[in-house]
Design a protein around this ligand. Sequence first.
Ligand code: SF4
Length: 504
Amino acid sequence: MKMIIVISQNPADARVLEDLLRIYFPGIIVKHQYGKLCNNNLSCPDEIMAWLEIAEMNRKSVKVVLEYKGEKYEHLENLPGGLEFEDEYNQKRRLLRLAVHKVIQQISTQEDMIEQVSPWGILTGVRPTKIVHRLVEQGLSENRIISHFHKDYGLTLEKAKLLTRVALIQRPYLLTSQQAKKIISIYIGIPFCPTRCHYCSFPAFSLKKWGHLLTPYLTALNRELRAVAEFLRTAGIIVQTVYLGGGTPTILTADQLEELLSVLEENFTFTENKEITIEGGRPDTLSYDKIKVMYKHKVNRLSINPQTMHEETLAAIGRKHSVEDVKEMYSLARKVGIPYINMDLIIGLPGENKQIVAHTLGEILELRPENITLHALAIKRTSRYGQEHVELPAVKEGQAMMELAHSTLQAGGYTPYYLYRQKQISAHGENVGYCLGDSYCLYNIQMIEEHQTILGFGVGAGSKFVKNEDWTLENIYNPKDVQLYLERIENIINRKVDKLKAII
Ligand code: SF4
């Protein structure tokens, strides 16, 4: 295993830099040392890939020296004025990360182990929009926020503008502290799929192998929904948005879907403009009867996810449907009258390039769904691609495809309205939800911004309990295994109700 040794007076520095260094040196181990123990007299172990010395660090500046393949690179980062809104602790960490980002920039394009420099600079977190919200609350203007991200976080101007724009669009939809006490959202997981896509890391049990568990699963899920709904009713808590994800909820038969949606309708109290989204990710699981059931129960959003409109890629990534299936189900959903349709695309799939992405975008824009979500491919360990070697597009090509997708959608009249990033994301990309007009999916905003309690029901579903006084969060998760979920259902319900009691 290769290592980078961080030499500094403070062991915490290595932790501050770990995720940043891993962007450029994937899989690297980051260790701290007080000084360089091996020098010309002692031979350094082969596993040491680089030395990173924090040569000077004070309130106003940081100097770093990176020794890599026998060459030394150094950078001195000085703190500019006008940053009084930052607290001292965070400012020091940010300055250190920025200095390291800039020293890596000096070698990033030349070396085999180092990826192209990230347009996201030193931001490595999943929810960067949260920083914008904080800065707005501190009174910074839009232009000041953009320049802060660009200069002080190392973001490209394009990413700084995108991030700020998205967060500002969301602000009217974030709940106030008073509202957050009484208005929640719900996630329901159906963890079964017809087959498993090669990039998938979600709970998605193959129906062929695990289909016998579906009926007991639905019984337990309905029990969980009913029991928690009973508590919510007594506490006067209402539901703003519901998201049925998975897996693929549309593997349910029309009758099973009817029952699940009826349980929701009969047991929960909703806000006036309730939003219900169903992930119909795989068009091969949709049918006229199922879409009719959705329409009857006022499901107003359906996701039909092609990921790509390139037939060869669909086959290569393990999707068992064709481009034609996508178009057919899309027009069926339109005919039945589902008001908002989302289509997910993945940028950076194996074998894809700019031409293929341009083709996919052209096909999707012709359909003109209300929402289009761009995902940069992220390979997690639990996916098939995480276990086997797969040839991915080069970082430069990945970035070019993502830029093309953003510019094409924006030129096509779509507005970016939610954004998040993931670990192991390819080509330093991002996931961005686009919409036409104001057809935002509220669930997506609430989920990413964490200004609302979201209760997760079913296998693997996470619940976020938001304390409205200070917006702190507590996450709990249901078991990822169906059998365990069935066995522990009463405990799962009690735990959820106890957590709710603690926050209201
Ligand atoms: S459809 Fe979605 S949940 Fe199912 S296997 Fe594919 S990526 Fe995973």
